[in-house]
Design a protein around this ligand. Structure first.
Ligand code: SAH
Ligand code: SF4
Length: 337
């Protein structure tokens, strides 16, 4: 049976009904489980008893590593079955962003990514996804800091390959009775899982979408991202156009720059041509080092030259993603346990 932490508000109401408990208590119980301002002692005696009999997902913290600049904190969390994941807290001027994991490992096997090397061990449940946010909010509250306002689903795993848990977790995180996050401030990063993008577009709320492209021809992209064979670039970009049309949100395109692989002027021109006319924003990410992958990030000059071409010829905004926590293995693609 699902833990209480896995349940959306409407699923919780159903569970209460099944157990013969008045669903008028649903709001208070949901707040209790999802960090609203309710304590167990605020509930009636019989409800307290029922709640204590249910399972709650509280991961154990195995380790914390802090980057040298102090802005990035990576936590290794362990769930009841012993499986471990990493979750990252990134501090910016006056706010914090959480980088959340969706799976233990990942099935997609991108060649430059440490998580991909693990293979897929298992999906996280909705409660195991939201528990990371609740945990990080606890850390911030301890430091008398404001709770998380931004989430990026860029930790371990491919979120759209675990759609059922992801969509329930999103519903819980945006519920005003829980953390009450704005859907616009939650970014789902995908390797390019086309059916998942189409399902995401159909959810009742519109989330921010970031698509990891990294190659402008199927041949070049396929060398880095094996699943390109299944969902080639033309299908992927069509799903991005539809996403914008259906949700009104522009799509972010992530491009991890690898020296000699996808950083040339010719490739920048191909990318500009592909994206011209689309409502997109390109984020360039210089490659972060990972074990087993020989690639290196390009020089700063090369990165800027690439950026200029895509910006000028594509007539689209392009930025370089701030690199964070690389010294403690908390950067994009470095998460592995
Ligand atoms: N599975 C999702 C989200 C997790 S990966 C996805 O692939 O989008 C988050 C981002 O990190 C992706 O854009 C991914 O391409 C990028 N990434 C993976 N390994 C990297 C590395 N070694 N250096 C820089 N970025 C990397
Ligand atoms: Fe999975 Fe994303 Fe890593 Fe690819 S980059 S292996 S999709 S986590």
């Amino acid at each position: 049976m699902n833990s209480l932490s896995d349940l959306t508000f409407s699923q919780l109401k159903d569970r209460l009904q099944q157990d013969g408990i008045n669903s008028a208590n649903a709001s208070a119980i949901f707040r209790l489980v999802n960090q609203g301002s309710v304590e167990l002692s605020d509930l009636g005696k019989n409800i307290q008893h029922w709640v204590t009999e249910q399972e709650l997902l509280q991961p154990e913290v195995l380790r914390e590593v802090v980057s040298a600049d102090g802005y990035t904190r990576k936590f290794v969390l362990r769930f009841r079955d012993g499986k471990e994941i990493e979750t990252v807290l990134m501090g910016y001027e006056g706010r914090h962003t959480a980088c959340i994991s969706s799976q233990v490992g990942c099935a997609m096997g991108c060649v430059f990514c440490a998580t991909g090397k693990m293979g897929l061990i298992r999906n996280l449940s909705a409660g195991e996804i939201t528990a990371q946010v609740h945990f990080l909010n606890g850390v911030l509250a301890n430091d008398q800091k404001a709770p998380i306002r931004n989430i990026v689903m860029m930790g371990m795993g491919e979120p759209l390959h675990n759609f059922t848990s992801l969509s329930a977790a999103l519903e819980i995180l945006t519920d005003p009775r829980g953390p009450g996050l704005s859907p616009a401030r939650i970014s789902i990063s995908t390797v390019g899982h086309v059916p998942g993008i189409r399902k995401l577009a159909k959810l009742p709320q519109n989330y921010s979408l970031s698509v990891s492209l990294h190659g402008a021809s199927d041949e070049e992209r396929g060398r880095l991202i094996p699943i390109n064979k299944r969902w080639p670039i033309s299908d992927l970009l069509e799903s991005c156009r539809d996403y914008t049309r259906e949700t009104g949100r522009k799509v972010f395109i992530a491009w991890t720059l690898i020296e000699g692989a996808n950083d040339s002027d010719v490739q920048a021109r191909c990318l500009a041509k592909l994206l011209r006319g689309m409502e997109v924003h390109v984020n360039l990410i210089p490659l972060n080092p990972t074990e087993d992958f020989e690639g290196r990030p390009p020089s700063e000059e090369r990165i800027l030259a690439f950026l200029q071409i895509v910006r000028d010829e594509g007539e689209i905004p392009v930025t370089i993603r701030q690199r964070r926590g690389i010294d403690v293995g908390a950067g994009c693609g470095q998460l592995v346990v």
